[in-house]
Design a protein around this ligand. Structure first.
Ligand code: PLP
Length: 385
């Protein structure tokens, strides 16, 4: 009989999808669901971006674009990377991808050989481990909390192997909301240079930092040449469905990324690229205003969860809270099913994000304020009963 490629044997298919399906089922049967399981902005795509797409359509910008992205967009991205991220990037160091996930996929595919190891702070965004495994490499899980307490350098030393080729560095982090400090970024950079490692820097949530600053690791001395940094229009601009992001990297990485983008999608939709160019002209003040809206939601949710008896630290970034739930049950899958079945509160069990996430559940708060408040009431009522 015909079999799939062996490299897919250990690759999972998102548990989160199963939860999403259960929510849809409950809703279809007329039930209200308090939807904390998601990870997409409640803001709509800005009007100016929508009109830019329509204009491009009317102007018949409907043909193949260069596979690495249209020149004006790559130029505008390079300028953004210089001004905002302080990364020394030229237009040719930029490639447009079908979202941040695609940028990460091609980065791992371009870099990894069977037998290579990748240091992965855990809990981690679930697809990352599957992408590493799918590239026939191995993820070395580095527990984030203990690593931050004991010092990143010492912990990275402890968990790395002679086969370690790269570090996946995600700040702000999904699911914990952790934001690494400048001195932590410097530690990771020093370690990468000492061990001659590549850093895959996932900056999907760069505009959602509430406490401290976002530091792009590729902006640190000697790091631009060993870092592949990935970005997305999804979270900052409310453009999850458009499927557009980008990566910045030098040679030899860029040649690999170009081949993989060419053969995976042959370039991102031309219309979407013109819309993304418009998004980049949105002033930072408007982006900051959205961030302040998220901060207010974070504060309501975290206070409410602590009131309800779930121990929750204040996450410094992204739009997730990651409370401890061991007082309800040690098994986070059981807690998430109880919350969903009994209180119609949808969350994601922490163990989905790696063993180090066990004992927690993830609440996303990228939702209307009223929905957070009513959802919290449901949590409180259930936990009291
Ligand atoms: N990186 C992290 C940590 C994420 O949480 C996500 C989305 O949830 C992404 C990257 C990629 O998002 P997209 O593929 O929509 O750009």
């Amino acid at each position: 009989s015909i079999q799939l490629a062996k490299r897919l044997d250990e690759v999972g298919f998102s548990d989160i999808v199963q939860i999403r399906n259960k929510v849809l089922e409950l809703r279809a049967s007329g039930q209200t669901v308090h939807a904390f399981h998601g990870g997409e902005p409640f803001f709509d795509t800005p009007e100016t971006v929508k009109y830019a797409m329509m204009k491009a359509l009317v102007e018949n910008k409907t043909r193949y674009a260069p596979s690495s992205g249209i020149e004006p967009l790559r130029e505008a991205i390079a300028k953004k990377l210089q001004m905002k991220n302080h990364i020394d990037a030229k237009t040719d160091d930029v490639i447009v991808t079908a979202g941040g996930a695609h940028a990460l996929f091609v980065a791992f595919q371009a870099l990894l050989n069977p037998g290579d190891d990748v240091l992965l702070f855990s809990p981690y965004w679930t697809p990352i481990r599957d992408m590493i495994t799918g590239a026939e490499a191995r993820a070395l899980l580095v527990p984030t909390g203990p690593a931050r307490r004991n010092g990143l350098t010492k912990t990275l030393e402890e968990f790395s192997t002679p086969h370690t080729k790269a570090i996946y560095y995600n700040t702000p982090q999904n699911p914990s909301g952790t934001v690494f400090t400048r001195s932590e970024a410097e530690e990771v950079a020093a370690f990468a240079k000492k061990r001659d490692l590549v850093v895959i820097a996932d900056e999907a949530y760069e505009d959602l930092v509430y406490d401290g600053d976002h530091v792009s690791i590729a902006s640190l001395p000697g790091m631009a040449e060993r870092t592949i940094s990935t970005y997305t229009f999804s979270k900052t601009y409310g453009m999850t469905g458009w499927r557009i992001g980008y990566a910045v990297a030098r040679e030899p990485f860029m040649s690999g990324l170009r081949k993989l983008v060419l053969y995976s999608v042959n370039g991102v939709s031309t219309l979407t690229q013109w819309a993304a160019l418009e998004a980049l002209s949105i002033p930072q003040s408007a982006i900051d205003a959205r961030r302040d809206e998220y901060r207010m939601r974070r504060d309501i949710l975290v206070e409410g969860l602590n009131d309800a008896g779930l121990k929750c630290e204040i996450p410094a970034g992204a739009f997730y809270a990651f409370p401890e739930v061991t007082n309800l049950n040690k098994d986070s899958r059981k807690v998430a099913s109880m919350l969903l079945d009994k209180a119609h509160v949808a969350t994601i069990p922490g163990v989905v994000f790696g063993a180090q996430g066990e004992g927690h559940v993830r609440f996303g708060y990228a939702m209307p304020k009223e929905a957070i408040v009513t959802g919290l009431s449901a949590v409180k009522a259930y936990l009291k009963s």
